[in-house]
Each structure stands twice: as structure tokens, then as C-alpha cells.
Design a protein. Structure first.
Length: 225
């Protein structure tokens, strides 16, 4: 029980801190989670898992996290579900999908959108088929969102789609064509990070989508040269 309590973010202490110190406090908490959670048992986190999930998702939705914090949020959340109970798993990915559906294009919302993209990607990569068929909605939302996304969002989307392919393998075969179409578009993107992410996504899909090296091989090669 004592360990479970130390895993929970101390919100009272957080509130008393000056604004610049708060982000450091959250970062240190997430670093602690990423180190301790893999060594916890299901019983260790049973009493605190729901609260920790709520606190992590609050940071995803409202915390304006930067790249290092986004990664730690995603890793901590996926570890929490792999070690502990999965009862909040689908509710969590649905919240990520809802964030991705949000049409708010203001700069203030961008970090939340990116956090949702990264979180979804790590969860699919690490939890794989435990995620059920939720990947279908995620892929649909991500591919639709590419059209209006800025370059960082397009790059993170490609990374996440690659993680969907890696984590689910042949189980995600029904969305491989949709991901491939998105990759084709992004392979000619004006931003180099987006092109690199699209190429890496195709490499992740290669072992599970035979059409990439059969019927679509020539079309794919024409995009590369």
C-alpha cells in the first residue's frame, strides 16, 4: 500500500509550487514511474492504478507536455496496463481518439494532440492485441487528420502508424492499405522528418503486408526515385 501511494502524483505539493517548477515536478514524477512501474506487481498498484491513469491522462489532455514528457506519459501509461489491470484500457484509448477528433487548431491545443498521438502509438506498440479492435478508429482518425496537420503532427502520425503495424502485426491487416495510402502521400512531403517517418512506417509494415513487395512494388519504387 505504501508503494502504491508513492506512485500517485502529490497534487497538493504540485499546487504550492511556482509555475516554472511545476513542469519539472511532473517530469520527475514520470521519470520515477517509468523506473518503478516495471518492477511492481499487480497487487502493488491495484489500489492506485485508477488514480494514476486519471493523473496521466490529465497531463495528456491539459498539461501542454513537451516531447520528453509526452514519451514518459506514453511509456508510463502502457507499463501501467501491462503490469496492472486493463479495466481502463479502452476508456483511455477512446479519450486519446476523442482528442484526435477535436478540430481545434490553436497552438495551445497542439501539444495535447501530439501527446495523444504519441500515447496511442506507444500503447499499440507495447500492448499489441490487448488493444482489441480500437486500432481501426485510431487509424481512421489519424489518416483523416493528416490533411490539416502541421509538419510535426504529420511526422508523429507516421511514427504512430508504424507502431500500430509493429505492435499488431497481421492482426491489423484490414487497415494496412489505409496506412499505405497515407505513407505514399507523406513520402513526398515537403518536410524531411515526415518523409523519414513515412519510410520507417513502411518498413514496420513490410513483414505483415505482402502487397508492398508484390503488386505495389513498382509504384513504391517510383515514389523513391
Amino acid at each position: 500500500m505504501e508503494r502504491a501511494q508513492t506512485l500517485i502524483l502529490n497534487e497538493e505539493t504540485l499546487e504550492k509550487l511556482p509555475e516554472p517548477r511545476k513542469s519539472v515536478f511532473i517530469y520527475e514524477w514520470l521519470q520515477y514511474l517509468s523506473k518503478v512501474l516495471p518492477n511492481c506487481s499487480k497487487d502493488d498498484i491495484k489500489g492506485s492504478q485508477k488514480k494514476i491513469v486519471e493523473q496521466i491522462m490529465a497531463q495528456v489532455q491539459h498539461g501542454s507536455p513537451g516531447p520528453p514528457v509526452r514519451e514518459l506519459l506514453a511509456v508510463s501509461l502502457s507499463t501501467l496496463f501491462s503490469v496492472g489491470d486493463t479495466f481502463l484500457l479502452f476508456d483511455t484509448i477512446n479519450k486519446c481518439n476523442d482528442l484526435l477528433k477535436n478540430k481545434d487548431d490553436s497552438p495551445s491545443f497542439l501539444s495535447s494532440r501530439l501527446a495523444a498521438i504519441v500515447t496511442a502509438g506507444v500503447m499499440y506498440e507495447r500492448l499489441g492485441r490487448m488493444m482489441g479492435r480500437s486500432y481501426e478508429e485510431t487509424v481512421q482518425v489519424l489518416t483523416k487528420g493528416l490533411k490539416n496537420a502541421e509538419s510535426q503532427g504529420r511526422a508523429e502520425t507516421m511514427v504512430t502508424l508504424g507502431k500500430v503495424c509493429k505492435g499488431l502485426g497481421v492482426a491489423a491487416g484490414n487497415v494496412h492499405r489505409d496506412i499505405y495510402k497515407a505513407c505514399r502521400t507523406c513520402l513526398t512531403d515537403r518536410a524531411m522528418p515526415v518523409r523519414i517517418a513515412a519510410a520507417n512506417c513502411l518498413l514496420e509494415m513490410l513483414d505483415f503486408a505482402s502487397f508492398l513487395y508484390t503488386t505495389e512494388f513498382e509504384n513504391l519504387c517510383s515514389l523513391c526515385f
